[in-house]
Design a protein around this ligand. Sequence first.
Ligand code: LLP
Length: 414
Amino acid sequence: MTAFSLKNGTLHAENVALASIAERFGTPCYVYSRAALEASLDEFLAELQGIDALVCYAVKANSNLGILNLFARRGAGFDIVSGGELQRALAAGADPQKIVFSGVGKTADEMRLALNTGILCFNVESAPELDRLNEVAGSIGKKASISLRVNPNVDAKTHPYISTGLKENKFGVAYEDALALYRHAAALPNIAISGIDCHIGSQLLDPAPFAEALDKILLLVDQLAAEGIQLHHIDLGGGLGIRYSDETAPTVKSYLGPLLAKLAGRKLKIVLEPGRRLVGNAGLLLTKVEYLKPGEVKNFAIVDAAMNDLARPALYDAWHDILPVAPHTGAEQSWEIVGPVCESGDFLGHGRSLALQPGDLLAIMSAGAYGMAMSSNYNTRPRAAEVLVDGNQVHLVRRRETVEQLLAQDAMLP
Ligand code: LLP
């Protein structure tokens, strides 16, 4: 998929020059490619053809309504983790029966909203959450469909902040406790057991841990069946990694193939919750060089995007490719690509070899996932605009915030 490529010496999103986007919408600006978004969803759908399966896009990766709507139109479901995400999914045209609700801290209000909406399933993460859900459902005359998110205790071999399937993580129900909690669930009047769920971490580049987790989950499925608790679906979570620099990301086929083989012959609907894989490489962050500040020890290129726009480098030391929009022929130097925020951790890339001039445009690549979604207003910086490119067309899918909007939320003492 060549969503972003050089044409006539300048970087384009599909058929649109990034320079023209900067001119029209300003910088910093997130730019997404419709073709790339659809191609990544298609990669999943192709493997799942003829199989009873549902791809529930993890809204947290990028919750822009334009993107959610694109996926909803293609039949995708959604994995949500808050009432806010539920409202976004519904506003984008989601089918409630294709929504699963994950997260360790669902409030009673969020539960009521989801029950009244009629979502497919709650992925329950603890015993007290199960009891609360039973109570809330009873109070409004509903029955809640549930999976238990079981923690299979496998090592996802990814960054510790985004590894979630180990015992020491706050997520899910301990493997050893799962059977007992299912028995408890079966006895609750307002709970309907529907499935089982696990999510072991994010940005996984080795498919083996997924298969290891599935083996453990299937053991539980069989133990439950022996006790007369029949499950209808199995949710394998998200986590499939993407290429940021020179990693080899597994194909969807090599990830799903072994899992589908293990599930063949079982009457279990398959639910998946991919986030990053669907949007990560379908987006970039367009920014402009404000100042060059060469120094004795380091050369700083100060750009107009910052850690509030893209937190991943500051937060995880994550590496994003940084490409010049219009490459020069001049001599390259090593640059620290940094933002204007008042923190030394405010960097987008260290030691990048680039030929730079003030005013140059740069593209921070692979920024479609956990980019805008994790942005903030730190330093009273209005959030960036977002555009979705479709062939020759550019659609503004989120207006740039204004300082007036930010100030309007505050109040002073009378
Ligand atoms: N399902 C659940 C229950 C999750 O917690 C997550 C992500 C996903 C699905 C989607 O995972 P994905 O397919 O995107 O790996 N902010 C971090 C990533 C945090 C992931 C949190 N959970 C980052 O920027 O790398």
